[in-house]
Ligand binder design. Structure first.
Ligand SMILES: [Cu+2]
Length: 175
């Protein structure tokens, strides 16, 4: 009897291990996906606008809105240059910034606040502020990071939706 059960089990063990391996293959990326898209945003209050930004020096010299996550080991997003980030007056903003290569520094001057934070590769630096005054504010890298360092410029635009559209467009053209 026991031998019969053992021999049956013997036939099932390879199948069970295949099922376990398949489950692990599905479960791990799924867990990473849930963590990145649900757990992390859930940590921020719902009234905040949260952005993931990556600093890329080397040949590019850009800031990108490329998704930053553990999933990047499997999936490479196209490198898309971040030229401007627009907000509405009163928006509470959270920038989560990572570096794809070397040390950078995120430098931004907005009314009443001067931000200059070191961005380390493999580590997310969080910057929070409230977009209080309408205008166009340039941000750049303040840490000499390579030949393309001076190209690392982009703009943050704060608009007031209560003012006419043509005036808003004029503000955006100032870049
Ligand atoms: Cu730099």
């Amino acid at each position: 009897m026991l031998i019969k059960i053992l021999s049956k089990l013997d036939r099932f063990i390879p199948r069970i291990s295949v099922v376990l391996v398949v489950l692990a293959i599905i479960a791990l990326p799924l867990a990473a996906f849930i963590y990145e898209y649900m757990v992390i945003p859930g940590r921020h209050p719902v009234d905040r606008k949260v952005f993931n930004i990556t600093a890329i020096g080397n040949d590019h010299g850009i800031w990108t809105l490329q998704k930053v996550s553990g999933l990047n080991y499997w999936r490479k997003d196209p490198v898309e240059r971040l030229e401007k980030l627009s907000f509405e007056k009163g928006d509470k903003v959270t920038l989560r910034i990572n570096s794809a290569d070397v040390y950078h520094s995120f430098a931004l001057r907005i009314p009443g606040q001067r931000i200059n934070k070191t961005i380390k590769p493999g580590q997310i630096t969080t910057i929070e502020f409230t977009a209080e005054e309408v205008g166009t504010y340039k941000f750049s890298c303040a840490h000499i990071c390579g030949d393309a360092h001076t190209k690392m410029m982009a703009a943050l635009i704060v608009v007031d939706n209560k003012i006419p559209r043509t005036e808003r467009q004029a503000i955006e053209k100032e870049i």
